[in-house]
Write a protein that binds this ligand. Sequence first.
Ligand code: 16G
Length: 253
Amino acid sequence: MVFGMESILNQEYRRLCDESPSQPLVYLRLRQAIRNVIDRREIEPGHALPSERELAQSLGISRVTVRKALAGLVEEGLLTQRHGAGTFVAERIVKPISRLTSFTEDLRARGLNPRSEFFERGIGEVTPEEAMAMNLSPGTAVVRLHRVRYAGDEPLAIERSVVPASALPDPSLVRDSLYEALEARGCRPRRALQRLRAVLLTAQHAHLLHVSPGSAGLAIERRSFLDDGRIVEFTSSWYRGDVYDFVAELHAE
Ligand code: 16G
């Protein structure tokens, strides 16, 4: 067990106790402490966390509470658990597909630095295909973004987004995050339909993603809606298959 890591977690947990003594839920506080140390890269991806027993002992809380704190972070994709081996900071990016989050939020939650390189950030008339996919009338103005999405220097995905100009009148409003720009206009998507399929990355996509042509990728199409049912986003993404795990929680019914 790494003592340094235990004491870093311990310190962060105590700091949160002092900062918000009124937080009655111990597992939420521990969850936040772990999130913070991962965020600050004080525990690196792939590294193990102290065991449940060790954490419980050093923090003076019950193992049930520790387990509950960890389970939530496993569900968020921040931690992974390997049977018999323990709990690790997730190395691959594990993305729950049932949450409508943005690339920027997903990466920030993992302590990574999201960045975009734009090939296109403009406004134009909707094409017939886009009009069909988005239920827009011919001639409607749309904003188009074509970006490579990075974590620091590492390219992770290519995205083409189309957004009605009624939701986003000026493409330059999008700096790093489309969802932040939409949120600022009160048009953040509330619901989305997403389609995922496995692909072999074309030479052009592979080049942009710094992988070999023919590498495995995931082609994802997301159509997002506002509360009133209007489509606010139609995005086609190509994610690298070697770094992403998409996970979903399933319920029997
Ligand atoms: C994600 C979404 C994409 C959305 C983008 C917004 C998937 C498969 N796709 O990449 O549809 O447009 O996030 O991210 O999750 P941003 O706010 O960082 O620009």
